[in-house]
Design a protein around this ligand. Sequence first.
Ligand code: PMP
Length: 360
Amino acid sequence: PYGRVFNFSAGPAVLPVEVLEQAQADLLNWQGSGMSVMEMSHRGKEFQSIIDGAEADLRALLAIPDNYQVLFMQGGASSQFSAIPLNLSAEGDTLDYIVTGSWSKKAAGEAKKYGKVNVVATGDNKSVPDPSSWKLSPDAKYVHYCDNETIQGVEFKAPPVVGDKVLVADMSSNFCSKPVDVSKYGLIYAGAQKNIGPAGVTIVIVRDDLIGNSRPSTPVMLDYKVQADDKSMYNTPPCWAIYMCGLVFAKMRRDGGLAAVQQANEKKAKVLYDAIAGSNGFYSSPVDAAARSMMNVPFTIPANADLEKEFVSQAAKHSMIQLKGHRSVGGMRASIYNSMPLDGVQQLANFMKEFAVNSA
Ligand code: PMP
């Protein structure tokens, strides 16, 4: 309907039609308030009910324990690269980073401005390095890792085991794609624009004891204590983005919660990885089977890389867009976040088959 395409973008990414329709219906007059969510005071009772509802639904989805705060922050996940060391460490502290791809590398790079970064392990962009090779430091304030590397398509299948260290996770590209035991983490953060909403809001889930120790130089907007005390409304929050995330959370709950979401995602990912495996080597996945992402599926045409461009442009003619791999790695990448329907993935798998036959 609506002439929509199958959008395999890595983010901003596809949203559920049902949610977009709800937003459309609410656009001029949200629930009889006589105004749109974009026009409301963030201090009014209407918006308060929207942000409270979004938080309550997210807490229910992830079963977030009471001793964690949910913060709706701005500046993207990239701002958290700085906020984390500023809030969780003092000058001169050691900070552990596991590097498994571009985003964890960027996070570690930013943290170097604020502390002594110890790179625990560096991956080969196609696997999670064997934990027996990790060099955790005894005194690190936290261990940071990226649960799903959006560009490489490398995903952790279980949280890294870091003993009694505070575990910090960038879940930007697999947030709410599966149930997560929040109690294993000190902090989880995620930009909204892949799995849960439009760009503009970043979710931070942080344990109470990690709040209130920011460095004096921390910008007020990045200070978890300020954001927690002011319930994410120290200043004007990204109201519209929060509202949209709230609609997505509510839909996920209606659809059976994160266990159901995970099931659907596993099914979709299997369709694509099977299409690659069943192509007699025409397509190849650059990622080891044990670390293949359920969200971002990179693949190549190893025998003839020239065909990759052709693949992307022909797919677009069939209404499957944004299949070009990240400029740093090439090839193709299909991002199949929560809101990508199974239909879209099946259509892509069928197209892959046809393209391979026609190119032989
Ligand atoms: N981390 C990961 C895993 C990402 O995929 C991205 C965005 N592609 C970022 C961080 C940066 O997010 P933002 O653009 O919201 O700063």
